[in-house]
Design a protein around this ligand. Structure first.
Ligand code: ATP
Ligand code: MN
Length: 145
């Protein structure tokens, strides 16, 4: 039922909570997980407008390096449980990339947190989770904070 899982993460606490549900899906027939992190293009654009080229390049490299590290931890945790895992880091607009990857891989379920790094108190859902629920053609499991 839940063979192929797409797990988009911004490495926030809420996404970490969602990861616990991904793990549980192993017992519900889960075999394959794509862990996806999108480096938000608009953050990079903001960064580039406020920094020298050298600073920009070194900060972007640092962001990239940390993303690889963090996604690697998650991937290994899931592999230990017996999942086949691919780790994807992409640059772009997070919701667009999530929807694009979903279209490519055709997951049985997409697991997201209800909120992410911004985690605003008054918002029912963050903008990424809201748009994924609205626009994805696949079932979405939204894990609340
Ligand atoms: P907003 O970004 O609208 O201010 P927020 O940060 O609280 O609000 P979302 O960004 O919608 O909430 O995050 C909800 C979930 O979407 C996260 O828990 C994560 O699963 C996924 N997500 C958010 N951003 C990314 C990203 N850059 N890459 C991959 N997944 C993401
Ligand atoms: Mn966010």
């Amino acid at each position: 039922m839940f063979e192929k899982i797409l797990f988009p993460t911004d490495f926030s606490d809420v996404a970490h909570k969602a990861l616990q549900y991904v793990k549980q899906l192993r017992d519900a027939g889960g075999t394959e997980v794509v862990v996806l992190h999108v480096i938000d293009q608009s953050n990079l654009e903001l960064l580039s407008s406020y920094s020298t080229i050298q600073d920009y390049v070194s900060i972007e490299n640092e962001i990239q390096k940390r993303a690889i590290e963090q996604i690697g931890f998650i991937g290994n945790e899931l592999r230990q449980l017996g999942f086949t895992v691919s780790e994807r880091i992409e640059k772009g607009i997070p919701v667009r990339v999530v929807l694009k990857v979903a279209d490519e891989m055709n997951p049985t379920v997409i697991v997201v947190g209800s909120h992410g790094k911004s985690n605003l108190e008054e918002m029912l859902l963050g903008s990424v989770s809201e748009k994924v629920v609205r626009k994805a053609r696949h079932p979405v499991l939204v894990v609340k904070r």
